[in-house]
Design a protein around this ligand. Structure first.
Ligand SMILES: Cc1cc2nc3c(=O)[nH]c(=O)nc-3n(C[C@H](O)[C@H](O)[C@H](O)COP(=O)(O)OP(=O)(O)OC[C@H]3O[C@@H](n4cnc5c(N)ncnc54)[C@H](O)[C@@H]3O)c2cc1C
Length: 204
């Protein structure tokens, strides 16, 4: 799980241990996702896009990028509204209105004129604590996958691996956690010769 729920779920005596105390230095940032279904095609681009909008960081037209949402006639946009600090407490209607105003700038050909694109349905997903805020000094707060508690290992993009919080980091952290468990519980199988440095194993 991500670092914020972990912090509140740790048993009290563990919270007092230096290893877990440093987790207090990692704090998730708020992020908002918008899922918007339109009555027509807005784009035929089949990849994630960085937007020119200061409000909407990245988006994808899921009707092109994702077979579960595939539709040759109607777009379904998924957009990330970030940084969301000033928006997370606002109503869905306010967030939607601000998003639509940005979309009018991004897609003037579809939202202007006599027959503008219509929003058929929407979903606003608020994540008050997402990936940890990567400010200077955060590296020192990231824990290893192996903990001082026997039989208790951590995986998650916030744990120590070579990337910041990211999908790649999440995968690497899982490999490092599996490697730590293998080292602890299968010493004969995972000998030094078979298990190179943890990072090398994670990449391979
Ligand atoms: C809007 C947004 C856009 C992003 N875009 C990108 C991107 O473009 N590229 C990129 O590389 N990264 C991106 N990231 C970051 C990336 O998604 C994360 O770094 C990654 O998903 C972290 O993976 P994880 O497995 O560590 O944690 P998560 O994916 O957060 O998984 C933790 C899991 O734990 C579960 N959980 C929480 N509490 C409990 C509990 N009490 N009991 C049981 N389960 C629990 C949660 O439901 C969740 O499934 C984005 C993140 C957000 C929020």
């Amino acid at each position: 799980m991500s670092v914020d729920p972990l912090k509140v779920m740790l048993p009290k005596p563990w919270q007092e241990m230096d290893f877990f105390k440093k987790l207090e230095g990692l704090e998730g940032v708020p992020v908002i996702n918008l899922h918007l279904w339109f009555d027509r095609k807005l784009s035929d681009i089949d990849q994630l896009l960085f937007s020119r909008s200061p409000l909407l960081s990245v988006y994808a037209d899921m009707s092109n990028t994702c077979k579960e949402y595939a539709n040759p006639d109607r777009s379904m946009l998924e957009l990330v509204l970030a940084p969301a600090q000033d928006w997370i407490g606002k109503s869905e209607e306010e967030i939607l209105a601000a998003t639509m105003a940005e979309l009018e700038k991004l897609f003037p050909m579809h939202f202007g004129g006599d027959n503008p694109a219509k929003l058929l349905k929407y979903r606003v997903v608020k994540t008050p604590r997402s990936v940890y805020k990567a400010t200077p000094g955060r590296q020192a707060c990231r824990p290893s996958q192996k903990t001082p508690i026997a039989n208790f290992y951590l995986a998650g993009s916030y744990t120590m691996q070579e990337f910041l919080g990211s999908m790649e980091g999440a995968v690497f952290s899982g490999k490092l956690a599996a490697n730590a468990i293998a080292r602890d519980y299968s010493p004969k199988i995972v000998s030094d010769a078979q298990a190179p440095e943890e990072t090398q194993l994670a990449i391979g």
